[in-house]
Design a protein around this ligand. Structure first.
Ligand code: TTJ
Length: 641
């Protein structure tokens, strides 16, 4: 064996040790081995093609879910280099797939920005795949290499010709069932993230195909306007306050900044930050820079143009951001992430860069668009007044509750156990169902709070009205946590908050209103898994003095198959909780031994889609809601809308 070969061998051993470490502790590299980690593999591969698009050499990426749940990603970039990497003694493409942290670190001069949170690259995907194949078209030749669980199967080989002007990279891989708990891809999850990637990379076309279904499902995303169109998309079920989407773009201290924003006539703020195309639910310096610039620029403008009198106080940031939808996207060479879940940008230069780009360009925009400036300032002034009224109302309730010792709402039938871990509260629609629930419950651990009729839609009301609402006040005091800046989860009085509504359209609507309130005002309750939906049965089946309950039509059919479809069956369809007596309610819906509860969860990496879901379902516009319901027919079927 010659010296070169020995060296090659040594390299190989090191390489395998690296990838072996990935297989031993996959969570360290991709966060988890659940469905989340599984989908992350796809983003990790697609990120490489997006980098090629950012470098200006790739215009289209195709992602396919194959019938065997393997994934194919194809791009029309320059192709991963196939020449020998002299340090490693193997082709560069092999380095990319077999050496940890090698992605994009060689030549080319592209703007390498992907990565961030778990930006660990293609070698990690390779290590965690049963098999992976890479095919490259470059200078008229087609190259191919295959790996199994990270091991190279054969040296890179030429398998044919390509048209000389055709270049690109194709990767096929099958996630390893030894590693992942879940190996079936969810089309909708990939769809949401790929749509987001397309918004964040203007001009890039991303096509997603689900080849497991016949006919294939396919969706194509291509936005010439980039994040401007993202804002339009997020505002589609709302009334914009002005037609323009405000857009700023620039670079400072190595930070590339892009901001798009538009106010709508609602009262909630939807600001999303992205760093290298990865969202930052915990915010960070880029968001601070944006907020600072926005507050300063609008106040300066309002003073200068006498929209705010000398005697009036400055508009607060919250006032100016009422009803604002904004995307703040920064690209930065070495992002530093901080915070509990490492999702908060820490780089101080990002703050200054966003502040400076937005301040300068927004000032000019406002000077040139006085109608937009006026509409926004007027809305902010109204927000300021409402906030003041809300503060007074809140102070009043705070003082009152301090006086009469935190009096609980009169309608609440509390439980006797005082340890929140053991306690649950049922939020029940209507007084009559509330009555049955009170009789049915276990008084030691189960509290009942009946609410009357439709609860306030917090998407369509200002703070002063929300704080004045009886039902909302009752929930806030019963939970014990306070809201917004006063929110303190350690004061939560029940570790299960259970929404119990009729299994019909009205019930689903009320449940959605309640979830909207919780999501907007106490999101931590949902994030930490304290919120549940009770599942009352839809049918009662009786035969020869025996009783069954069915929670949906499929179950009804299953039971009927089992007991035989004949005239002795008595089937009752429950129209509401009120039709059940308290024994039945206990047995079917409240008995912890027998009931079925659905825990409400949220995927924090998809917050923009969650916001959109709530505003679409709760907003005034009929067309986006109809579209949403059609697109999500499966989900909605479960809700029985
Ligand atoms: C790097 O610099 C030289 C020219 O090619 C650049 C490159 O590597 N481009 C590139 C990589 N395009 N596409 C990829 C890629 C695509 C997939 C699907 C997977 C991976 C790991 C890389």
């Amino acid at each position: 064996m010659g010296g070169e070969n020995t060296e090659y061998g040594a390299d190989q051993i090191q390489i395998l040790e690296g990838l072996e470490a990935v297989r031993k502790r996959p969570g360290m590299y991709i966060g988890s081995t659940s469905g989340r980690g599984l989908h992350h593999l796809v983003y990790e591969i697609v990120d490489n093609s997006v980098d090629e698009a950012l470098a200006g050499f790739c215009t289209e990426i195709q992602v396919t879910i194959n019938p065997d749940n393997s994934i194919t990603v194809v791009d029309n970039g320059r192709g991963i280099p196939v020449g020998i990497n002299h340090k490693a003694g193997i082709p560069a493409v092999e380095v990319v797939f077999t050496v940890l942290h090698a992605g994009g670190k060689f030549g080319g001069g592209g703007y390498k920005v992907s990565g961030g949170l778990h930006g660990v690259g293609a070698s990690v995907v390779n290590a965690l795949s049963e098999w992976l194949e890479v095919t490259i078209c470059h200078e008229g030749k087609m190259y191919k290499q295959r790996y199994e669980r990270g091991h190279t199967m054969y040296p890179l080989k030429i398998i044919g010709d390509c048209a000389s002007e055709m270049t690109g990279t194709r990767v096929d891989f099958l996630p390893d069932k030894e590693i992942f708990e879940e190996t079936v891809f969810d089309y909708d999850i990939l769809k949401q993230r790929l749509r987001e990637m397309a918004f964040l990379t203007k001009g890039l076309k991303i096509i997603l195909t689900d080849a497991r279904e016949d006919p294939h499902k396919e969706k194509s995303f291509h936005y010439e306007g980039g994040i401007r169109e993202f804002v339009t998309y997020l505002n589609k079920s709302k009334e914009p306050l002005y037609p323009d989407v405000i857009y700023c773009e620039g670079e400072k201290d190595g930070v590339f900044v892009e901001v798009a924003m538009q106010h709508n006539d609602s009262y909630t703020e939807n600001t999303y930050g992205f760093v290298n195309n990865i969202n930052t639910p915990e915010g960070g310096t880029h968001i601070m820079g944006f907020r600072n610039a926005l507050t300063k620029t609008f106040n300066d403008y309002a003073r200068k143009n006498k929209l705010l009198k000398d005697s009036e106080p400055n508009l607060s940031g919250d006032d100016i951001r009422e009803g604002l939808t904004a995307i703040i996207s920064v690209k930065i060479e070495e992002p530093q992430f901080e915070g509990q879940t490492k999702q908060k940008l820490g780089n101080s230069e990002a703050r200054g860069a966003v502040d400076s780009v937005v301040s300068r360009q927004l000032e000019i925009f406002l000077e040139q668009n006085p109608a937009v400036a006026k509409a926004t300032v007027e809305k902010s002034v109204l927000a300021q007044r409402a906030r003041e009224a809300a503060r007074k109302a809140r102070d009043l309730t705070r003082r009152k509750s301090a006086l009469d010792g935190m009096s609980l709402p009169g309608k609440l039938a509390d439980c006797s156990d005082k340890d929140p871990k053991n306690c649950e509260i049922y939020i029940v629609e209507g007084d009559s169902a509330g009555g049955s629930a009170k009789t049915a419950r276990n008084r030691v651990t189960q509290a009942i709070l009946p609410l009357r009729g439709k609860i306030l839609n917090v998407e369509k009301a200002r703070l002063d009205k929300i704080y004045g609402n009886k039902e909302i006040k009752a929930m806030i005091t019963a939970f014990g946590t306070g809201i917004h800046e006063d929110f303190d989860i350690s004061k939560l009085r029940y570790h299960k908050i259970i929404i119990m509504t009729d299994a019909d359209v009205d019930g689903a609507h009320i449940a959605t209103l309640l979830l909207t309130f919780l999501y907007r005002f106490m999101p931590e309750l949902i994030k930490q898994g304290y919120v549940y939906l009770a599942q009352p049965p839809l049918y009662k089946i009786e035969k020869n003095k025996k009783v069954w309950y069915a929670y949906n039509d499929a179950e009804l059919n299953r039971i009927l198959e089992e007991i035989g479809r004949d005239n002795n069956n008595k089937i009752q369809r429950y129209k509401g909780l009120g039709e059940m007596d308290s024994d039945q309610l206990w047995e079917t819906t409240m008995d912890p031994e027998k009931r079925v509860l659905l825990r409400v969860t949220m995927d924090e990496s998809a917050t923009s889609e969650i916001d959109l879901t709530f505003t679409t379902l709760m907003g005034d516009k009929v067309e986006p809601r109809r579209e949403f319901i059609e697109e999500n027919a499966r989900f909605v079927e479960n809700l029985d809308i």
